[in-house]
Write a new protein. Structure first.
Length: 233
């Protein structure tokens, strides 16, 4: 696979550091579609979840970008991942999650990327499960340049969820919503309820074996196929 090395920028939105990474296909003619990836709680912008989809998208001629979530990655004074960050995020979410700030940060990142003539801002999609859905639902609801979204592995069973439900109602783009049967963090009812709240008339939910871990196998295949179908047709 021929690729360009990942590129980095440190944006400032109000007084917040917004670390951004992106990957461009090595061989492309004309502007590329773009997938924005919201990583999971305890991860970061170059975690395995992000790199797994980078490996699938670049050969298809699709660029990929990610930012560090709040209390994650380079937003911290000292980098750390894993349970410490996961627990800090859970505490942050219980207080409201800084959702508006994350929406602003993602829109600033997308604005930055769209200054690149090799990015096609008419073909942008979102992929984010778990924490990537907690923030992804508000981002997709707010950002008109996003034309399709992969969401899931989150539910209304984790409070607070009023803002999440309100934003879910505003989503009108096609959605693939993924659920894991043995998910120990989110109930089946809570995940089903979030799916039902999505306003899109073009949405489907798919269940996979396993617990609350990064997508692999058929789940990852379905993500890649969905994104390519909506960006490369």
């Amino acid at each position: 696979m021929t690729t360009l090395a990942n590129q980095h920028a440190l944006l400032t939105v109000h007084d917040r550091r917004v670390p951004l990474a992106w990957w461009m296909p090595g061989d492309h003619s004309g502007p590329c579609p773009l997938v924005l990836v919201g990583h999971g709680g305890s991860g970061h912008k170059t975690s395995s979840l992000v790199l797994d989809i980078v490996k699938r998208m670049l050969p298809a001629g699709v660029a990929v970008a990610a930012i560090d979530g709040p209390v994650h990655g380079e937003r911290r004074e000292v980098f750390v991942d894993g349970p410490v960050v996961r627990d800090e995020f859970r505490e942050l979410w219980s207080r409201g999650g800084n959702v508006d700030a994350m929406v602003e940060d993602w829109q600033a990142a997308l604005n930055h990327l769209c200054q690149n003539a090799n990015i096609d801002q008419r073909r942008v999609a979102w992929y984010g499960i778990s924490m990537g859905t907690a923030y992804g639902v508000p981002v997709v609801a707010a950002e008109p340049r996003i034309r399709a979204a992969v969401l899931g592995m989150w539910g209304t069973c984790r409070a607070p969820s009023d803002r999440l439900v309100a934003d879910a109602h505003r989503i009108a783009v096609p959605v693939l919503f993924q659920v894991k049967r043995e998910d120990a963090l989110f109930t089946a009812a809570g995940q089903s309820d979030l799916f039902d709240q999505l306003g899109s008339s073009d949405k489907k939910t798919v269940e996979y074996e396993g617990g609350h871990v990064d997508p692999s196998g058929a789940q990852l295949d379905d993500i890649a196929h969905f994104l390519q179908a909506h960006l490369c047709a």
